[in-house]
Design a protein around this ligand. Structure first.
Ligand SMILES: C=C(O[C@H]1C=C[C@H](C(=O)CCC(=O)O)[C@@H](C(=O)O)[C@@H]1O)C(=O)O
Length: 296
């Protein structure tokens, strides 16, 4: 067996340790994906955002673990997931499909925040048959116009170089002060510190790789495919997040069918700023989809 791939070609699974939940590394080729399984019930895969990790979902997991089974995955370049070769969005989605195969999940609900929302949508576009429902928080389908994508890729590269040159502390200070996160300054200092701590725990090389290979400028545009996706979709966007309110209103008009909810007085990171509201929207939506599926 070489690099975790067994002769049959199926990825192997190495158990490193268990820290309470069913916490394992999933090894495929050069990549060790860190994932956690919490709770019991219908399976729900959770994808964090750029500079985040699975810990961002702790409030949702605590609220729903008696009704749903949450599978959190640290995405390439983030958290405890480690790999020597970068993953494009397409390659990451293929790895995630193998991970779900190995864990025995044929179909799942998927929830993604921001970059994790782009990942969730990309996974749904690649493997629509695996999706029970899709909840996208402050996400986008990528950039529709090629020239805009190319310009964004240049910006992402410049940001990646800044992280590598100046280090994680300078980047996090810059990042937490971009206009997109202005609403987070109204949060209690302890919550702001928790967000900052999670960001500071990321590696310069990991974030730079994420920007270069899974950034908004490098992923495909899904705008022209949204109308083909016929599974249930819920779009969540913060009322104060003007840029993504506009993007998600446009997404709603492109999707075959979807529900768009603007969360009052919330910014980009709804699950951090309005956790109780976010948890209820996600859990109730997934339970409803499970009920409707049973009634079919
Ligand atoms: C700043 C822009 O784009 C970034 C904004 C949000 C995404 C994200 O995951 C941030 C998560 C967080 O820090 O809480 C990120 C991404 O999708 O990779 C974008 O780069 C913008 O104005 O579009």
């Amino acid at each position: 067996m070489q690099n975790g791939i067994v002769p049959s070609g199926r990825p192997s699974r190495k158990k490193y340790w268990n820290v309470g939940a069913d916490t394992l590394y999933f090894t495929i080729n050069d990549a060790n994906y860190w994932y956690e399984i919490h709770g019991k019930g219908a399976p729900v895969v959770l994808f964090h955002g750029f500079t985040g990790s699975s810990g961002t979902w702790s409030h949702l997991i605590e609220a729903g673990k008696d009704q749903l089974q949450f599978i959190t995955i640290d995405l390439p370049g983030h958290g405890k997931t480690k790999m020597s070769n970068p993953r494009t969005m397409e390659a990451c989605c293929k790895d995630i499909s193998h991970l779900l195969d190995t864990l025995g999940y044929e179909t799942v609900h998927v929830v993604g925040y921001s970059m994790g929302g782009r990942t969730a949508l990309s996974f749904a576009m690649a493997f629509p048959e695996r999706i029970r429902s899709l909840t996208l928080e402050s996400a986008s389908p990528g950039l529709e116009v090629e020239e805009t994508r190319e310009k964004r890729a240049v910006n992402d590269e410049e940001l990646a170089k800044r992280i590598e040159r100046n280090g994680i502390r300078e980047f996090v200070h810059f990042w937490e002060n971009i206009p997109l996160f202005e609403s987070q300054k109204d949060l209690p200092a302890a919550i702001q510190q928790k967000i900052r701590k999670e960001r500071l725990e990321q590696s310069e090389s990991g974030l730079a790789m994420s920007l270069r290979y899974m950034g908004t400028g490098s992923q495909p545009s899904w705008w022209s495919m949204l109308h083909t996706f016929e599974k249930p979709v819920q779009l969540l966007v913060g009322e104060r997040d003007e840029k993504f309110v506009s993007i998600n209103k446009k997404m709603q008009s492109f999707f075959f069918s979807c529900k768009l909810i603007e969360v009052e007085d919330a910014g980009h990171a709804i699950h951090v700023e309005k956790p109780d509201v976010f948890d209820k929207l996600v859990i109730d939506y997934i339970k409803l989809q499970e009920q409707l599926h049973k009634e079919k």
